[in-house]
Design a protein. Structure first.
Length: 98
């Protein structure tokens, strides 16, 4: 294939993105500290759908370094309620006091 096989994953992702866009769907990437149940994912999808007003497909993954909470990315928007970020903000604020 003329050494272009490395680009196949990106082409498939771009095609799926265009397909979702034509259907009026958005993809939300949900990153959590542990695996979420289907019930939790449905509640997150409903909340994102209410906030954005369009269909939402959830792409979930686990990042144990978050310690707890969630990071939700939809397009260029990001909502970060992870414990890791909250602790980093607290640490920064405490350095500024002393």
């Amino acid at each position: 294939m003329n050494r272009r096989l490395f680009a196949l994953d990106r082409m498939i992702a771009a095609y799926l993105s265009l397909l979702a866009q034509s259907r009026g769907e958005m993809t939300a990437e949900v990153i959590s500290a542990s695996e979420l149940s289907d019930r939790h994912l449905e509640k997150i999808a409903d909340a994102v759908k209410q906030a954005l007003g369009s269909k939402v497909a959830i792409e979930a993954r686990v990042d144990t370094s978050l310690l707890g909470g969630l990071i939700v990315k939809v397009g260029s928007k990001m909502f970060d309620s992870s414990l890791r970020t909250k602790l980093a903000k607290l640490q920064f604020a405490m350095k500024g006091v002393g």
